[in-house]
Write a protein that binds this ligand. Sequence first.
Ligand code: HEC
Length: 153
Amino acid sequence: MFWSKTLKLAGLTSLMMFTTAQAATFDKPETDITYRQSALTMIAINFSDMADMVKGKKEWNDAAFQLRSEQLAQLIPMAQHGFSSSDSQTGETKAKAAIWTDAAGFEAKFSQFSKDAQNLATVAKEGNRGDIKKAFGQTAKNCKSCHSDYKSK
Ligand code: HEC
């Protein structure tokens, strides 16, 4: 009983992994590059709108901040998806080869980024301005931390 269940589960898991790997890349490497750069551009737009509120360059708006933080969190897995294929390391890209030679390190950067952005979205919903600014600062560290290792200038 136990084993048959376990085997079934194992089969399901490998099937799921297979599906994920199959779905991971686009037909052309240029599409992966455009996909991730587009997501990163949208990340930067959402991010700088929040930065303007945090720095007082723009009037604070709770609803706008919540929306920006939610969209940032949603865009992160999409940006990551665009790095699935190592075929996309040449062409119009600033992605360093280390993304694929040190895949675990790169994934760890994305996972930290995702965690911090999700926390920011949660804190933004709660509405405490001090906590929001702290969570924003924490999220902001991820940009430089990843770019310095994995993005060329
Ligand atoms: C986990 C790694 C990682 C994190 C975290 C990260 N980036 Fe990037 N980013 C990259 C890489 C790699 C590229 C180069 C992509 C390419 O050219 O194919 C890039 C490119 C960009 C680009 C250029 C997109 C284009 O059109 O070419 C912008 C803008 C950007 N990042 C903004 C940000 C901001 C803002 C943050 C933080 C809120 C951030 N990134 C966090 C890895 C990261």
